[in-house]
Design a protein around this ligand. Structure first.
Ligand code: SAH
Length: 218
């Protein structure tokens, strides 16, 4: 009982201090992150740190993204609740859960089967069993569920993955950390009639997107 109360308090503090006070103003995003139980998406060993201002290890050399980064990605996607969204790099499943609060349908894809399995279980426990969790190379998107109104990529890519752009509907929005393995910038790409429109956002540091349109297999 007290654990649940503590998590609720910690979550509310996270939303105010780490998000609102730092300029996240999209009320739907703030509400969504105030609802998703982040503690269910981190390994038990680091559960007490679930609401801290940073990324945390989730196994397999991967991390659950910092809350501020998750909020920034969601705000850039500008969702209104009607969309089908693709989340590349499921990891813990936390970003997928927040997207499920913000959009109509969420498809998420992870290359490491064990992480996908753990994420699927966490999503079900947290009440997001409708999220479609897949295993595969997300740098190629999920063609059989395309087109998407929005795509969020949680791993760093050297360039905008062509396959992902091609799976956006007209006016669709893609957010991807672009740069080197060591540092990137979050980029918003909008699919427009005249071609891709790009807008740079904040500097960030993500684990590399491996695969066909990422940094290769190694
Ligand atoms: N959104 C996640 C963040 C996970 S970190 C969360 O909220 O926890 C990024 C994830 O991308 C890692 O789990 C990594 O295994 C995965 N990844 C890297 N390259 C990928 C690819 N080509 N396809 C799918 N997943 C990939």
């Amino acid at each position: 009982m007290s654990l649940r109360v503590d998590a609720g308090t910690a979550r509310a503090a996270m939303v105010e201090r780490q998000l609102r006070n730092r300029g996240i103003s999209d009320e739907r995003v703030l509400e969504a992150m105030g609802r998703v139980p982040r503690e269910l998406f981190v390994p038990e060993a680091v559960r007490e740190h679930a609401y801290e201002d940073g990324a945390l290890p989730i196994g397999g050399g991967q991390t659950i993204s910092q809350p501020y980064i998750v909020a920034t990605i969601c705000a850039l996607l500008g969702l209104d609740g009607s969309e089908r969204v693709l989340d590349v790099g499921t990891g813990s499943g936390y970003q997928a859960a927040v997207l499920a609060e913000l959009a109509a349908e969420v498809v998420t894809i992870e290359r490491i089967p064990e992480l996908a399995e753990t994420a699927r279980a966490a999503l079900a426990t947290a009440g997001y069993e409708r999220v479609d969790v897949r295993v595969g190379d997300g740098s190629l998107g999920v063609p059989e569920r395309a087109p998407f109104a929005a795509i969020a990529v949680a791993a760093a890519a050297p360039t905008i993955p062509e396959a992902l752009y091609s799976q956006l509907e007209d006016g669709g929005r893609l957010v991807v950390p672009r740069g080197s393995r060591w540092g990137q910038e979050l980029v918003l790409v909008v699919r427009a009639a005249a071609g891709p429109e790009e807008r740079a956002s904040i500097p960030c540091r993500f684990v590399p997107l491996l695969g066909e349109e990422g940094f290769g297999r190694s």
